[in-house]
Write a protein that binds this ligand. Structure first.
Ligand SMILES: Cc1cc2nc3c(=O)[nH]c(=O)nc-3n(C[C@H](O)[C@H](O)[C@H](O)COP(=O)(O)OP(=O)(O)OC[C@H]3O[C@@H](n4cnc5c(N)ncnc54)[C@H](O)[C@@H]3O)c2cc1C
Length: 455
């Protein structure tokens, strides 16, 4: 089917942030901690900090959850993760479970289960490997087939020999969760400013002394860069090399529809999950678009292992992004407009070919949904680290500067748990989540770069 026949409007992600001030009339003069970026990682960290009575100011150049955190599939899963992330993912899931009650707002969280399907015994054997990891962490993950598969997906079950299933994994609504956590942070005492780009950092005696925003300077000795897809550019302006590349993911939302399918299902052809509004959020199982830029070459060596692993899914292209990136300034004067004000919200167009592929694969995989209306489509820029695991650490050569980025396509589910762990890192506390595997230095100290084999 052609893209034009899918008759779906493309939209930007709606701004559901109703906090204040937007934009700020002036910034606070000082804060204990300043957070750059109002995605799920930034707002969750702000919430955990503010609840401890710490004065925290968060600056977001666009709107809360306007980029990845409001555009993702909405999966909250432990299944299939790199073992380094599992403890944080377990903590995150437990926060998601009571989040709506704790903040007094809906986030659309449901424990509907997560199923990865296998079309043959070889695929099943590779899924089985993760079951062994699950056992080490005491998770309920199991291999299912037959009647158990049918209970999850109805008649569609007959096309698979089995699957890996974690009943306690779930989903939440991205357009609700980030803004809701942000408002909870404000109620707890945090200051959140939207349309407020951070241009750079001020230092005194070699350590952080403040951030310069487009609306003024905030004095602070502790700054967290949670800038998602912009982190590499921000850090480069401080002479901190941070290897990061981007891929574009295209997603559709359907109208409400009857189906036996109630949870999250990942098949090679399709990733699909039930939405709170009765429809589905759907993406192609294996297509990710990467537009080649100078950064692709800059970081090619570090990304080779990930590239080798994902080569079948990547659709490489070269276009205007290459020249834009080439022309983009690496440093700028802090009293002038910065690149972060030039592009308030990364809002890539959905890929029409991918949309057509989603329509075709949906009909083949879930025939009962073949004619469901596609109501809207959008795309998001997924930022990724070389080993597809986050970067969460301090920056020893710039005391007071911390980084939390590189969530590599699965940071929405991790967000609240990461926020708790990052808040502890910033305040020197211990909440039992070991962050030592997430240091930026692992990409520069000769450690082997090994992306975990994503299932
Ligand atoms: C299509 C797609 C599907 C995905 N599916 C899933 C999924 O099902 N489950 C899952 O767990 N994860 C998923 N992810 C990944 C997940 O969305 C991200 O890992 C997560 O949202 C990252 O959150 P963040 O806060 O680090 O970054 P972001 O949400 O990108 O937020 C960073 C924010 O920083 C702001 N910013 C940047 N620079 C500045 C500056 N200088 N000053 C002020 N503000 C600045 C940006 O405007 C942005 O709002 C998906 C992502 C995409 C795009």
């Amino acid at each position: 089917m052609l893209w034009s026949e899918t008759k779906v409007k493309t939209t930007t992600v709606a701004d559901t942030w109703t906090g204040r001030p937007t934009p700020p009339e002036s910034c606070p003069e000082a804060a204990d901690i300043v957070i750059i970026g109002g995605g799920i990682v930034g707002v969750s960290t702000a919430w955990f900090l503010a609840r401890q009575g710490i004065s925290v100011a968060l600056c977001e150049k666009g709107f809360i959850a306007g980029e990845q955190s409001g555009r993702n599939w909405g999966w909250v899963r432990i299944q299939g993760r790199d073992p380094r992330e599992v403890p944080m993912a377990i903590e995150s899931l437990s926060i998601w479970r009571t989040l709506a009650e704790d903040i007094g707002e809906h986030v659309g969280f449901t424990e509907g289960g997560c199923l990865y399907t296998a079309r043959n015994q070889k695929e099943l054997a590779s899924l089985e490997e993760w079951r062994d990891i699950a056992r080490d962490f005491g998770l309920s993950t199991r291999l299912i087939s037959g009647k158990d598969m049918t209970a999850q997906v109805g008649d569609a079950a007959s096309q698979w020999v089995g699957g890996l299933f974690t009943s306690t994994d779930g989903r939440a609504e991205p357009h609700l969760a980030g803004p809701a956590i942000g408002r909870a942070a404000v109620r707890a005492g945090a200051t959140l400013m939207t349309s407020c780009a951070v241009r750079g950092i001020e230092t005194e005696g070699g350590r952080v002394s403040g951030v310069v925003t487009e609306h003024g300077t905030i004095r602070s000795s502790t700054v967290l860069c949670a800038a998602g897809a912009w982190s590499s550019r921000f850090c480069a302006s401080l002479d901190i090399p941070l290897p990061q590349l981007q891929v574009r993911g295209t997603v559709v939302r359907t109208a409400p529809a009857e189906s036996a399918l109630q949870g999250n299902v990942f098949d090679q052809r399709i990733g699909i999950r039930r939405r709170q509004d009765g429809g589905f959020s759907i993406a192609h199982g294996t297509i990710l678009d990467h537009s080649i830029t100078p950064s692709t070459f800059r970081y090619a060596f570090k990304f080779l292992p990930a590239l080798r692993q994902e080569i079948g899914s990547l659709r490489l292209s070269i276009g205007s992004d290459f020249l834009d990136d080439l022309k983009a300034p690496r440093t700028w004067a802090l009293d002038r407009k910065s690149p972060f004000e030039e592009q308030r919200v990364l809002n890539p167009d959905p890929n029409p070919r991918v949309l057509a592929g989603i329509r075709k694969n949906l009909a083949r995989t879930f025939p009962d949904l073949a004619d469901v209306e596609f109501v809207e489509a959008w795309a998001g820029m997924v930022e990724t680290s070389p080993d597809v695991v986050p970067i969460i650490c301090d920056q020893p050569q710039l005391p007071g500067f911390f980084i939390a980025t590189g969530f590599s396509g699965h940071g929405f589910g991790l967000g609240p748990g990461a926020g708790k762990a990052i808040a502890a890192m910033l305040t020197g506390n211990d909440v039992g989540i070991d962050l030592s595997a997430f240091k930026l230095s692992r990409f520069f100290d000769g450690s082997p770069i090994r992306p975990f084999s994503a299932i």
